[in-house]
Design a protein around this ligand. Sequence first.
Ligand code: FEO
Length: 171
Amino acid sequence: MSIRPKLAEAVNNQIQLEFQSAYLYLSMSAWFTQNNLPGCAHWMHLQWQEETQHALKLFKFLHDRGGNVVLQALAAPNEQYSTALDVFKSVQAHEELITSAINDLYEVAIQEKDLPLQVVLQWFINEQVEEESQVGEIVDQFTMIGSDGPSVYLLDRQLASRTATSGSSTN
Ligand code: FEO
């Protein structure tokens, strides 16, 4: 059964948010490179990839359901950060916003009785729990070490070890 136009529009809005997230994290990756924190830059670069995969997952879903993908404009990300903690706090706030958007979309999928959309969104709901947990941990770590240079250096090295997760797959 084809997706209803109202739901297709809502999924297109979510695709925009996922690409906007990717764009934001790519800009943060650049900020970290320019501020000599290559581990954080690497972490953000992987986050950019993950968000792109999220957008593409919905992109494919919409086509599979006979909907039209309508790509929307992306806003220029804010690049005014002062510390790594500042950046990760922004990520945390942004992910909370994305969680709300996914939850709202899920509510609409329930109201419209669209079961396939509910199923694909359950993957996103789980992903948001994981993302909020991961970034919350990093915010706590940067808060704990404050501006202690050697500790920031060590945490940056730790973040350099992040690898791409299978959870970012579009399948
Ligand atoms: Fe795709 Fe981080 O939300």
